[in-house]
Design a protein around this ligand. Structure first.
Ligand code: SAH
Ligand code: SF4
Length: 370
């Protein structure tokens, strides 16, 4: 079976050429899959019946099954646990923002102006950051380009357009750079999902070869780097990939990226009580980021059940922020979304694994409602 979501545009055209079909079939299918969001070939009414039959026999359109879904009390964050063909599960989160200026209102949900999907690139993660639920669960496998794109389609299929994508779910997106990049191409291609490159952000724990590859890409995707510590000694513990790509190597790659692209990099820094939140660590961070075109995103840690790390109290978060701002480093506190629905990276999967009976099983509810 060929999963059409795994094919680049060229591969799609080659497929139809090999079937002696005109190449515009590729565009027609893209339209159905990425614009109309259909998941079966019978709905593709402008295709000849025999082609539809051939597609049904030999191809699929990736659509993982929803096995659990949680929603925050304010209804603005929804997290889906999706099951892949081999039974593995991944998390995908939809975040609604009522107040983004400039974009049109959503007809289906008045007041909502930005719909961001947070997607995963791996089942689990091999980096093993000790504060992260995904890292704690270990690594199982990489996702295919289809499985990455299908997460955006999952929410797009509900009918409201997706405006932004953040590649900040489970996994290190640059470990399989080409797969992640193929997915990004399907997200941005005007004939496919057609998202603006500037509306897509990819977050890496510091996989330097990926940053170097991004430096040479034309698509203006936003880059975020998970820093979490201002020195190698601590970062070796919090982000173990630092042992392979220490801060000097990482910062050299980031500097080269910003110099060549003239694009600002976001540094993510999750504040952990007594670990990386001291004033002297904030000052060390200002030294590390001196003259670097960047923006710092401070994230109060979302504590996971299996980690010893706690969240920095608000007062000290503000103190840390002030030190950065006083050094003229643009800094924001991440608006926390969905903490109460375990929306932290890998946390729904952890919860479902631990006490499945307490999680709302949407699929069952839908079946009962049908
Ligand atoms: N693996 C990539 C992208 C996914 S994680 C990376 O690490 O960058 C997205 C962000 O959430 C990262 O900055 C990550 O460090 C952070 N994160 C993970 N677990 C967290 C937690 N429990 N609380 C706060 N931030 C967390
Ligand atoms: Fe992997 Fe990112 Fe979690 Fe670290 S924070 S374990 S890199 S998903």
């Amino acid at each position: 079976m060929i999963d059409l979501l795994n094919l680049t545009k060229t591969e799609m055209r080659d497929l139809f050429a090999s079937w002696s079909e005109p190449t515009y079939r590729a565009n027609q299918i893209d339209q159905w899959v990425y614009r109309e969001h259909v998941t079966d070939f019978d709905s593709m009414t402008n295709l000849p019946r025999d082609l539809r039959a051939r597609l049904t026999e030999s191809a699929t359109i990736g659509a993982p099954k929803t096995i659990a879904e949680t929603e925050s009390a304010d209804g603005l964050t929804r997290k889906a646990l999706l099951q892949l063909f081999d039974g593995q599960t991944i998390e995908t989160v939809l975040m609604l923002y009522p107040d983004a200026p400039g974009s049109p209102e959503d007809d289906a949900q008045p007041g909502i102006k930005r719909r961001t999907v947070c997607i995963s690139t791996q089942v689990g993660c091999p980096i093993g950051c000790p504060f992260c639920a995904t890292g704690q669960a270990g690594f199982i496998r990489n996702l295919t380009a289809s499985e990455i794109v299908a997460q955006v389609l999952h929410f797009a299929r509900e009918g409201s357009p997706i405006t932004n994508v953040v590649i900040m779910g489970m996994g290190e997106p640059f470990m399989k750079f080409n797969v992640t990049w193929q997915a990004i191409q399907s997200l941005t291609d005007p004939d496919r999902l057609g998202l603006g490159a500037r509306h897509i952000t990819v977050s890496t724990s510091g996989e330097v070869p990926g940053i170097e590859q991004m430096t040479h890409k034309e698509l203006q995707i936003n880059l975020a780097v998970s820093l979490h510590a201002p020195d190698d000694e601590l970062r070796n513990v919090l982000v173990p990939l630092n042992r392979k790509f220490p801060l000097k190597t990482l910062m050299r790659a980031v500097r080269s990226y910003t110099e060549q692209t003239r694009r600002r990099v976001t540094f993510e820094y999750a504040l952990m009580d007594g670990i990386n939140d001291k004033p002297e660590q904030a000052r060390a961070l200002t030294q590390l980021l001196r003259k670097q075109l960047c923006h710092v995103n401070l994230i109060p840690l979302n504590p996971t059940t299996a980690s010893p790390y706690g969240r920095t109290p608000y007062e000290r978060v503000k103190q840390f922020e002030r030190i950065l701002l006083n050094a003229n480093i643009p800094t924001t506190l991440r608006v926390e979304k969905g903490i109460e629905i375990a929306a932290g990276c890998g946390q729904l999967r952890q919860v479902v694994g631990r006490k499945a009976q307490e999680t709302r099983h949407l699929q069952n509810e839908r079946n009962q409602a049908a």
